[in-house]
Design a binder for this molecule. Sequence first.
Ligand SMILES: *Cc1c(COP(=O)(O)O)cnc(C)c1O
Length: 388
Amino acid sequence: MIPYGRQDISQADIDAVVDVLRSDFLTQGPMVPRFEQAVASHVGARHALAVNSATSALHIACLALDLGPGDWLWTSPVTFVASANCGLYCGARVDFVDIDPKTFNLCPEALARKLEQAEREGRLPKIVVPVHLCGQPCDMAAIHALATRYGFKVIEDASHAIGGRYRDEFIGNCRYSDITVFSFHPVKIITTAEGGMALTNDDELARRMALLRSHGITRDPAQMTREPDGPWYYQQIDLGLNYRMTELQAALGVSQMTRLDTFVARRHALARRYDSLLAGLPLSTPWQHPDSYSGLHLYVIRLDLPRLDGRTHREVFEALRAAGIGVNLHYIPVHTQPYYQGLGFRAGDFPESERYYKEAISLPMYQGLTEADQDTVIRTLRHALGIY
Ligand SMILES: *Cc1c(COP(=O)(O)O)cnc(C)c1O
């Protein structure tokens, strides 16, 4: 099976993790700050908080921005459920903004229209979570301008996008957002097995997220309500969680970071090769915005169904899987999930997202994919499309 995504683990990665196992600290040691520093300085953010998943990072980001009951969080329907669930964790309500069919990202014009209506109805969102789907950045300048006008906060879900750039600056520098979140799940661009990170340029948000990831507890006398009772003393000054990243994970992250740029460059070489090998087939290859350099977590094609001679999306997908190509579908629109249907969403609410879902297939894309693997993917896909 050629999977759709796979981690790339080197001997140096293994050695880094083993070194931690032999060291004094398996958690709460020097590697987590080192990993945070490596990512923050690479992308150009002031603060980075490593946590045990991007889901946790989204949760503490929402908490730090004071999202709560009575508030709204908006995101794209075409994303992993975590981008929306973080709002529900905080007791807020969630709504969606349909995608732009060209970029597959939250459409800024649809956002502007929805905001106008929400303002009239007095239900403006407190937080909008743009998702850089496949690694391609959202139109952050437009979203930032709307955030300024309507007063909402922005959390970039950049789970797909570390190593990518928007207008010549690295995603994660939070120029157009309050907080940016990365995921280090093994299918993502770099991995810590499980892991995530929240980045911000705001000192107060960083301070709050640092508390929230570790029980709301501080050992910093400057943050305490009174003088410490003694050297053992700590205070709980907020209601936090245990979302800490381990030292093993952070060591893997530090080691992976040294190869981030080559990973993304390799993904670009593979994407260019896919683009040319897929030209002329009854499908569209992903459009890349000229303002951006995608992290290219995913390479998503959309089938041109009227040109498939009656073959269905599902048949093409199943034929690929049956032939050992581990294609996937990112994503089932969140509002069509039973849990969200239970909250009142209906099929038909976000038509561009639903159309995308009927056509999209994620082809294998990861740094270890060989050209021979890629040729196998293309050959199998042509076969599945009935083109020889
Ligand atoms: C993977 C992913 C997440 C969740 O990441 P975890 O680290 O697995 O919690 C959130 N949002 C998007 C868009 C993702 O792809």
